[in-house]
Design a protein around this ligand. Structure first.
Ligand code: AMP
Length: 289
């Protein structure tokens, strides 16, 4: 595995690989790798000649009061894990290299951002789309791997790839969870021990919602109340949102039917966690997968 810190060096390598018609699987991350990231890397390893992992904590996608400075980082550990997963190139650019001067152009995401994290984190998806546009142009991937844990991000990236004609196949990958259901996240390390126990309620409440839909409930408000009540009674977390939309369009639903996402965000003392489930729901009772 080669660690590359200079964008230009990465571009030189990629041009060489492209001239040999190698397929390139790309996994963009902010590091502090866990099994969620490793699952993306495994999938990329299976499906491509070359695997590129990027680690870049992108300041553009953090709001002024968010956790950019406390976002967990451990490059040495990440490097060993990446090596074990058979990564060929680890792109690890500095902020100065990615943003050497104030940008003259940035990408603005216009659709699917007025809800969920797009609503509570203004500018977040513009930052994500801008950095991904840069990374896609640097890495020129054949396939790019994203986790459904960030389901709104998957929807936004789908729009970015389509609208900007990136010749990239987007591969969404299922959420990887701990045995107790908690979605793996780099941020989990910033939960206090008691909050870590409480955080299990996020998935528990989503599973209860799924069961209730399975038994025939189709009213979004009933389901969001059920989830909110569970989170309020079992955690000290502050609910940022509990919402249900069509997926991937992220449009409001009068009735829970079709492909829909139930998504939640909860703020604990030092960290805000997100989770979701995506369901296929038919009109009939029992018609949820
Ligand atoms: P991050 O480092 O948090 O920016 O995540 C990098 C990529 O890993 C994103 O595509 C995430 O959606 C994905 N990811 C993070 N956590 C998980 C998880 N628990 N399961 C699956 N994918 C994940």
């Amino acid at each position: 595995m080669r660690v590359i810190t200079k964008i230009q060096d990465m571009q030189t390598e990629i041009i060489n690989l492209k001239s040999q018609s190698k397929s390139i699987g790309f996994v963009p991350t902010m590091g502090f790798l866990h099994e969620g990231h490793l699952t993306l890397l495994k999938r990329a390893r299976e499906e491509n000649d070359i695997v590129v992992l990027s680690i870049f904590v992108n300041p553009l996608q953090f709001g002024p009061t968010e956790d950019f400075s406390t976002y967990p980082r451990d490059f040495d550990r990440d490097q060993s894990l990446a090596e074990c997963e058979g990564v060929d190139y680890l792109l690890y650019p500095s902020v100065e290299d990615m943003y050497p001067h104030p940008s003259s152009v940035k990408v603005i995401v216009q659709e699917r951002t007025n809800v969920l994290c797009g609503k509570s984190r203004p500018g977040h998806f513009d930052g994500v789309a801008t950095v991904l546009t840069k990374l896609f142009n640097i890495v020129l991937p054949t396939r790019a791997y994203f986790g459904k844990k960030d389901a709104q991000q998957v929807a936004v990236v789908e729009g970015l790839i389509t609208d900007f004609n990136f010749p990239i196949e987007l591969i969404p990958v299922d959420i990887v969870r701990e045995d107790n259901g908690l979605a793996k996240s780099s941020r989990n390390v910033n939960l206090l021990p008691d909050e870590r126990r409480q955080a299990v309620t996020l998935y528990k409440s989503l599973s209860a919602a799924k069961e209730t839909i399975y038994r025939g409930e189709r009213n979004p408000r009933t389901i969001t109340s059920l989830i909110s009540n569970m989170i309020r009674s079992e955690t000290n977390g502050e609910i940022d949102y509990v919402e249900i939309y069509s997926y991937p369009q992220l449009k409001e639903l009068e009735t829970i039917v079709g492909t829909c996402i139930i998504a939640i965000a909860v703020k604990f003392s030092k960290v805000r966690l997100i989770d979701n489930i995506i369901l296929e729901v038919s009109q009939e009772i029992g018609g949820a997968k």
